[in-house]
Ligand binder design. Structure first.
Ligand code: SF4
Ligand code: SF4
Length: 342
């Protein structure tokens, strides 16, 4: 007869999860130590990692928790529309956390229902997690963390991790035979445009393009690093794209629901012309790291992109933005106009 752990794992595989492991809650203890280690290496990251502390102590919010179920679901099968390729990071394009049309979202709801039907009390936080997800996945044997800090399975780093706390003591580890990073490889570190990733497993989160173009970067016009963002508008995949362990892992076989149509509205020009209502209803629910009131942030990101990839057709957008009612947009556009002498 199958154990409850085996039943959960079997159901997860049926639903398309690549990996599913279960660990006792005590196995996440080491996460706090990891956070402290990171802060010691990069002291300016303290504030950022303080926000992660709740993930090191789930018992504070869930005193009944006894184990963690953690799963990996690959997303490297989806086609990336040309309009957003290299401009919007793939994890956000194929974000399944809140997208009710995505099959992975439905599977997340289904596996949770299944665990409840098995008699378990479960809790998750689909948006921001209930535990340090990469740490839990590592302990559960789902894969490995590479020098660029991303979690890899045999699908490369193109996997979403999901986790649940349960009120039952359980354990069922996965195994993997992934090779470690080649000794001499440092391609991810060399490619990082802002030097946020400065050494193996060492990064300054607040200097990362992914932070500065989403929930951080509130003062991009005065952020010197913005000139190094290249073609990034929202997020950055560079340290994953250059990784040899990701070679051939992105398949582009399937359409992600609604993305092809949405991408038409996400060109630099369309974003500059976007109105608040469209942004609030169509864009923000998917790209929720920028709040409903912060369309200006997207426009500043795009102006920055236009400066870094300047062509004459961008000139009218930059000139017009100098008259915008938002001060940050004006500041960005004015400084670009001056820099480029247009
Ligand atoms: S996501 Fe981009 S900016 Fe951030 S560490 Fe990786 S390469 Fe650097
Ligand atoms: S680029 Fe090289 S060092 Fe960086 S994560 Fe990939 S294999 Fe490891």
């Amino acid at each position: 007869m199958e154990t409850i752990e085996q039943l959960i794992q079997k159901k997860a595989y049926e639903l398309g999860y690549e990996k599913c492991g279960i660990i006792p809650l005590s196995m996440i203890d080491g996460y706090k130590e990891k956070l402290d280690e990171r802060i010691k290496k990069v002291p300016e990251s303290e504030q950022f990692y303080k926000g992660q502390q709740r993930l090191a102590n789930p018992l504070a919010d869930y005193p009944w928790a006894k184990s963690v179920v953690v799963m990996a679901v690959p997303y490297g099968k989806y086609k990336v529309p040309e309009q957003v390729k290299g401009h919007i990071a793939k994890a956000y394009l194929f974000d399944i956390r809140l997208d009710e049309n995505a099959e992975e979202y439905k599977h997340n709801r289904e596996i949770e229902k299944y665990m409840s039907e098995l008699g378990l009390k479960v809790a998750t936080n689909q948006k921001f997690g209930v535990v340090g997800m990469r740490w839990a996945a590592l302990q559960a044997g789902l894969g490995i963390v590479r020098r660029n800090n991303f979690f890899y399975t045999k699908s490369g780093s193109w996997v979403h991790l999901e986790a649940w706390l349960t009120d039952r003591e359980m354990e069922l580890k996965e195994t993997n035979d992934l090779p470690q990073c080649p000794k001499s490889c440092g391609k991810c570190i060399a490619a990082c445009p802002t030097k946020s990733l400065s050494d193996s497993y060492t990064m300054s989160p607040t200097a990362c393009v992914s932070f500065l173009t989403t929930f951080g970067g509130r003062d991009l016009p005065n952020q010197p690093l913005s000139k190094t963002f290249g073609s990034c508008i929202y997020g950055c995949d560079i340290c994953q794209d250059v990784c040899p362990m990701n070679k051939g892992k992105w398949q582009e076989n399937e359409d992600f629901p609604g993305l092809e149509e949405l991408a038409l509205s996400l060109t630099p020009e369309e974003i500059m012309d976007m109105d608040e209502e469209f942004y609030r209803n169509k864009i923000q629910p998917k790209f929720f790291y920028v709040s409903p009131d912060d369309l200006w942030k997207w426009k500043v990101n795009v102006l920055n992109f236009m400066r870094n990839n300047y062509k004459d057709s961008y000139r009218p957008y930059i000139i017009q933005a100098c008259q915008n009612e938002n001060g940050k947009i004006v500041e960005m556009a004015t400084s670009i106009k001056k820099d480029l002498k247009i």
